[in-house]
Design a protein around this ligand. Structure first.
Ligand code: 7TS
Length: 403
């Protein structure tokens, strides 16, 4: 079986934690950063630091060119039609809030927002807030016990009052890959706007926003080998033109008087204030790193490791799987019979293994499954077969210690 050999690119992975070699299986929370990204940020501050879109001086032009090159790179990466359809935000959470806030002036009582039950809180709470401020009604696409969305409900959920349908491309808690095109075309058939949280999809699979035909798509750089504090919002031009800016300030204006202002065109209308310049530039380097390896190669590598880990876990009688969708990616969520996930997490950490335990910011999923939380391992391009072997060995020890 062909596996990637990129672990050497990640300096952080070459260390001991609690006296044991670090096995990092929490990439859905954040991915580690290759050395080229770390170097690029140091390089930016050493030689190019300057504010963007302002000065006529050489440094500012250099920073602006590098910054805008990343917008173009992301535009190509997700196959957006126009560069101005890529808005830089603080991350996925910020992108959802930007759109949900924008709809405050569009929605009215009687309108409906449909959200899936499989969401990270960041793609739920902003819509709850929008419902509260606009008087719109919130409705839910339920999940099945194997962690898929129950699409048989779409017919009764969607109607001409549905204005927004929001859901994720891949669930962070269970790894389910949702059928974006199918839900999008059902939503569009009643004239609703489609918002997709792509935080977990962008690191693991090819995303083509034109092919998916979504109206909005959000992601975070830190989950795709880039820095924290920066992300993207893709929006079709027509929708981005329609919603008002989220924040006011420098950079987002055309003309300002003491009484009123007119706003800049896209994308600047949504980018008030000095952006996270080194974050964007570091993200550009991460994107080049990812594209040099190839997202399809990363997906194959992760799918192979996922199947390898699933086979080994299936042999352990104490393991109960949560989320067994047919289409899934890079995440395994499970429990150990008769134990709390937190206890396993603490013991695994003592053995150098980083996993996430708990509700994974998706409490409604846990409520549906009637569990307090899960143990989650999540994989990335740098995960190797030996990481899985060491994790399985440590898990077996954990079970002995907990029983
Ligand atoms: N949506 C999904 C599907 C996510 O997985 C996350 C973060 C977010 C939104 C929020 O992204 P942010 O960059 O704005 O914070 N998910 C996780 C996780 O699974 N563990 O820690 C963070």
């Amino acid at each position: 079986m062909k596996y990637l050999k990129v672990k050497k690119d990640f300096p952080i992975l070459n260390q001991k934690i609690n006296g044991k070699p670090l096995i990092y299986l929490d990439s859905a929370a954040t991915t580690q950063k290759p050395k080229v990204v770390i170097d690029e940020i140091v390089n930016y501050y050493s030689f190019s630091n300057s504010n963007v879109h302002r000065g006529v001086h050489a440094l500012s032009e250099r920073a602006t060119d590098s910054f805008e090159e990343v917008r173009l790179g992301l535009c190509h990466h997700i196959n957006a039609k126009h560069q101005h359809e890529i808005i830089f935000t603080k991350g996925t959470t910020d992108s959802v809030n930007l759109v949900a806030h924008g709809f405050r002036s569009i929605l009215k009582p009687g309108d409906e927002i449909v959200v899936s039950e499989l969401e990270h809180h960041s793609n739920l709470i902003p819509w709850q807030m929008l419902a509260q401020t606009s008087g719109a009604k919130l409705k839910f696409i339920p999940m099945t016990t194997n962690g898929e969305l129950d699409l048989s409900t779409l017919g009764s959920l969607l109607n001409l009052n549905t204005k927004i349908v929001a859901f994720n491309h891949i669930s962070n808690a269970l790894g389910t890959i949702n059928p974006v095109k199918k839900i999008t075309s059902a939503a569009h058939s009643v004239g609703a706007c489609v918002f997709v949280d792509g935080a977990q999809a962008l690191p693991h699979m090819r995303v083509d926003v034109q092919n998916l035909d979504v109206d909005f798509y959000a992601g975070s750089a830190h989950k795709m080998y880039g820095p924290t504090g920066v992300g993207l919002l893709y929006g079709k031009s027509a929708w981005l033109e329609k919603i008002p800016p989220y924040q006011g300030g420098g950079e987002m204006i055309a003309e300002v008087s003491m009484e009123k202002s007119s706003y800049a065109g896209l994308p600047h209308k949504f980018e008030a204030g000095t952006p996270n310049i080194e974050g964007v530039i570091g993200w550009g380097t991460a994107l080049n790193w990812l594209n040099d390896i190839g997202i399809e190669n990363i997906k194959t590598h992760e799918d192979n490791l996922l199947n390898y880990a699933l086979e080994l876990l299936k042999e352990i009688p104490d393991v109960v799987f949560y989320g067994t969708a047919k289409e899934r990616a890079a995440v395994i969520s499970f429990g150990l019979k008769g134990t709390h996930p937190y206890d396993a997490g603490v013991l695994l950490d003592q053995m150098g293994i980083a996993v996430r335990t708990g509700h994974h910011c998706a409490q409604p999923i846990m409520t549906c499954l009637q569990i307090p939380g899960t143990i989650r391992i999540s994989l990335a391009a740098y995960t190797i077969q030996d990481d899985i072997d060491k994790f399985i060995e440590a898990l077996k020890k954990t079970i002995l210690l907990l029983n």
